[in-house]
Structure formats: structure tokens, C-alpha cells
Design a protein around this ligand. Sequence first.
Ligand SMILES: [Zn+2]
Length: 147
Amino acid sequence: MGRRDRRRGRTPKQPRRRVPRDWERPGAILKGPPITLTCECGVKRELAYGERWQCESCGRNWDTTRIPAEQYQRIRKLSLRYRVTPVIFGAIITAIGIAFTFTNNVVGVFFLLPFALSSWFVFLRPLHRKRYRAAIQGLPRWELRAD
Ligand SMILES: [Zn+2]
């Protein structure tokens, strides 16, 4: 704590913990997005499909397999489809780069990379995110019952 902070009576800053995003969880991409479950007592927890959870504070049991599997599959496929798009874009750019290299046009690769990156971040990614947000708007919510 610095002198200035002490004089103002501030508490030292807590280092902020980085909250991992849902797609960073192991297996989240192929197994599907996590399900946010809010217990009747207010405790929240993110679970994978098929997981069971007993609430720490009130002891209720929750079972995510009560969500209809076919509905969850639809959500899983939707999120997978939207994650595949940037991968396909990257693969196309890589293929063009390799084609440039094999045709002895290495200078072209140096133009291709900034062109590809800027068109992705300026045009394609905002569009892609907008469409994804619109697509997940219409997804269902479920009311589960504790056991
Ligand atoms: Zn609870």
C-alpha cells in the first residue's frame, strides 16, 4: 500500500481474478456450452449437460439431464456452427498463403496477412457476432425442479 492510499484510507486493491470464458472450459466446444443453473436459494453454478449438482447452501439436488436432450443438442450444434466459421476463414487464408508460396509469390503473403486480419476484425467478426447474438436470442430457458 502506497502512502497516498494510506492517507485516503483505501483498502489495497485486490488483484482481479480473470473469469474464464465459457468456451475456455475443457471440452466446452465439443460437449456443448455450460448450463447456468440458479438454485432456489439464489446460488448460481455452471454445469455441463448431464452433470448433477447438490447446492452447498441449501442441499437441493439438481439434475441437468432433465433438460430434453434433443433441445440441448440444438444449442450445442448452433454454438459449434458459429465456432467453425472463424476456423474455416483461417483455413482459407492459410490455403491462399500456401498457394502464393508455391507459385513463388512470397511477397503476396506479406500483403495477404494484413489484408486478411483487418478484413476479419473490421468487417467479418462484428457481423459474425451480431448474427450469433441474434441466433442465441431465440434459445429456450428451462425451469428445472430440485429432486
Ligand atoms: Zn440452494
